[in-house]
Design a protein around this ligand. Sequence first.
Ligand code: NAP
Length: 289
Amino acid sequence: MTGVASLKDRFLLAAVLGYPVAQSRSPLLHDYWFAQQGLAGRYLALPVKPGGLEPALRGLAPLGYAGCNLTIPHKQDAMAIVDQVDDVARDIGAISCVVVRPDGTLLGTNNDWRGCIGNLHDAFPDWRADAGPVAVIGAGGGARAVCYGLLRAGVPELRLVNRTQDRATQIAADLGGPIRVMAWDDRAAALDGVTLVVNATSQGMVGMAPLDLSIDQLPATAIAYDIIYTPLETPFLAAARAQGNATLNGLGMLLHQGVPAWQAWFGITPVITGDLRQKMEHAIAPQAS
Ligand code: NAP
């Protein structure tokens, strides 16, 4: 771990590698934290095409980077490139964060599950994982991290629904635990009696069709959580809010996964402030603040 004093003598570098990546809000987040911590540094969004991932990752150490985050389409491919994959990334099946170790070797980990659960506890301190069943819609990379986090938090039953059922079955096989895979046609019924429903599909994101899900059977006390944050309120969340449910978007998940990344890269715990949230919300939806 690096002391803050020695960090002050250096220009710190980190990045997100993806393709496309220009739309990423991560530079705003991490550059805010450099300023907050009184450190000189920069976090860049680097467009790296799939074939360029290996040389890009191998370039991190000689270029002086502390590490990077990975986004679409690199999270799975990085597993075969880094020098070590930790247990969490192996269980989830994807790397969201690469750490350059002092000897220049690369460690792959995954902080998305921490972001998912940290966001939930932050927004709803009284939410208890063991209070009842939860439902997750989706079985892509994001959903894998969400399921991993909810199982670690201790949910007694996780109903998993995905358009392509085989992908949900694969998650259940990989993660084990109380996952109950349900058919796509039964997705509305899967919400009956849950304390929480999470949209982990890409449906409802800017430019995508809304999630095709009736929430008539969602209990009034349940939380509706969408891991999407562009827009800040998806049609799924708008419908849940109109029905009187508490709602949560994915911005906090992005913020909360950044904290363990900083701990691994710089040995520092940055702070998620109201001012930071406001700046991020304004960058996502300028009219929102
Ligand atoms: P992904 O691996 O490509 O998975 C996409 C998921 O959406 C799959 O479950 C897919 O189902 C489903 N889907 C796509 N089109 C659909 C349709 N027409 N009808 C029903 N389901 C459909 O993507 P991902 O990486 O998991 O990301 C999913 C979303 O989560 C994205 O919007 C991403 O931005 C967001 N995310 C947010 C955070 C955060 O920090 N807040 C972190 C990670 C991801 P099939 O398997 O049937 O194709």
